[in-house]
Design a protein around this ligand. Sequence first.
Ligand SMILES: [Zn+2]
Length: 75
Amino acid sequence: MLKKGHIPERTCVACRIKAPKWTLVRFVARDREILLDEKGIMPGRGAYLCKNCLPKKDQPKILKKLKKALRISEK
Ligand SMILES: [Zn+2]
């Protein structure tokens, strides 16, 4: 039986809330930089932030979680 209306969910790395993929904002790592992937099409490891956490993305605490999720070392 087909699963009707399956929604791909992703977890916000900051608050761990689960939400449908398209309601979250995707970030990818490139050359140790965190890039906002507006269209969700960039290759590579992605990390997601929800709309609530997005304004806080530059806070050290959130930034650290993003980096960890994207495997960017602090060195
Ligand atoms: Zn969040």
